[in-house]
Design a protein around this ligand. Structure first.
Ligand code: OGA
Ligand code: MN
Length: 217
């Protein structure tokens, strides 16, 4: 199975990120991988393995259904779809580091299910100043999707206010992948009318210093 995105696609993603801070790539995730990840997610969700998603983490952890209504479960790297996805993102990581010199180091990933009525209000993916998330990646896993089902991803340019019109509204079509600079690009998941399957990943940089070794997991 050839998983690696071609040089053209990598170049386009890097150019977009440099120019506007986000890049939408329809059909980037290989079909077979999209399907395998969807099957795993559907099975996990049926097992009720997904906890109600929180906003923030650790001490900031809260389940706030006013901001977000999603079920998430973190990757644990134990299944072959997860491992194939991680291998696929490694190619992207090397390419983006080469093109943009971002020093992307490690990715954390979670599956996300938005049930009918699910949404995620306008937000940034990074916690202020922490540089713990540098580039975000969202991939869509439904079998098919169209505008009438809702759940579009609205994305704003860097510095845009909540009253500004979004720069784009992305229809979450299968295998489409969205890249965003985590600290800069506000985005929102509009209310979905049908169950919406996807995953979200964040690359962070290595924050090792003289008195701190950043562990690999
Ligand atoms: C997120 C997110 C967007 C989407 O998980 O932080 O913004 O389209 N997801 O699912
Ligand atoms: Mn987000």
């Amino acid at each position: 199975m050839c998983l690696a995105p071609g040089h053209n696609r990598l170049g386009a993603i890097a150019d977009d990120l440099a120019a506007k801070g986000w890049s939408w790539q329809p059909g980037l995730l290989p079909d077979q991988l999209t399907q395998a990840l969807r099957e795993e997610l559907v099975a996990r969700d049926a097992d009720a393995a997904l906890a109600a998603a929180g906003v923030g983490r650790e001490t900031a952890y809260q389940v706030d259904k006013k901001i977000r209504r999603t079920r998430i479960t973190w990757f644990d790297g134990t299944t072959s779809p997860q491992q194939d996805f991680q291998a696929w993102t490694e190619t992207l990581r090397h390419g983006l580091n080469r093109e943009l010199m971002l020093g992307l180091f490690e990715m954390e990933v979670c599956f996300a299910v938005y049930p009918p009525g699910g949404f995620y209000d306008r937000h940034l993916d990074s916690f202020a100043g922490a540089r713990n998330r540098v580039v975000s990646l969202v991939a869509y896993l439904n079998e098919d999707w169209d505008e009438t089902r809702g759940g579009a991803l609205a994305v704003w340019g860097e510095g845009a206010g909540p009253d500004d019109l979004p720069a784009a509204r992305i229809i979450p079509e299968p295998g489409g992948v969205m890249f965003m600079l985590s600290e800069a690009i506000p985005h929102e998941v509009e209310v979905t009318h049908e169950t919406r399957y996807g995953l979200a990943g964040w690359w962070r940089v290595n924050q090792s210093g003289v008195d701190r070794i950043d562990p690999l997991s």
